[in-house]
Design a protein around this ligand. Sequence first.
Ligand code: 1GP
Length: 244
Amino acid sequence: MTTIYSDILKAKAKNEKLLAILLDPDKIVWSTLEDLISKINLSPATHIFIGGSLVKTTILDELIVRLKQKITLPIVLFPGNPSQISAEADAILFLSLISGRNPDYLIEHQVNAVPILKKTNLEIISTGYILIESGSETAVERVSKTKPLDRNNINYVVQTAQAGEMSGNKLIYLEAGSGAKKAVPLEMIKKTAENLAIPLVVGGGIIALQGIENAYAAGADIVVIGTAFEKDINFFNPNTTTND
Ligand code: 1GP
């Protein structure tokens, strides 16, 4: 049986880089969903991540069902809390916010998610999630009530990532925060990738195609793009125009 995670491992083994488009259901404009879907299908994305500060699971279910009618990419939940779980998705990043010291985001939400997850067939991908300081307070910091790690203390970030790997996480996610002023430093990506065997996800504040390439070159296995595509659905295909 192939799984989303085993495909990620295979891609890493072949040095094939992966790209996730992050969709925030709260920000979806339903009247333009078809256009969004066609742009996703034209983009180099390999995965769809879905997450945000939403509370209405019905919207999440409906969005995923609509996406799956026309998109074959794996749909992976990237939840902020257990209310953001949909059985319609393919997998879930089962996140532990290991940069923080708030037990709610280290274990409490995970415990509460179990009865919900047990009713789904979602593939569960445990992920050590590390928030990096990025120039100003981000939503993750605000909502989780945790401090990001110092962007100048690379050794401590690497050590945190290694602790995440030793704890059994399948992915490490270096996160600057959605819409971050400054993306994760390339040297930090490099040192972290060099010291991990598991795949490395990098996201937050990447607003140019070159930024994606730079993150890959530094060692990211998966890059996540949210805001840049949300603001401009031609971000990945600047030479195409919309049908409106
Ligand atoms: C946020 O890493 C993702 O969790 C993507 O961030 O919205 O800044 O692209 P952006």
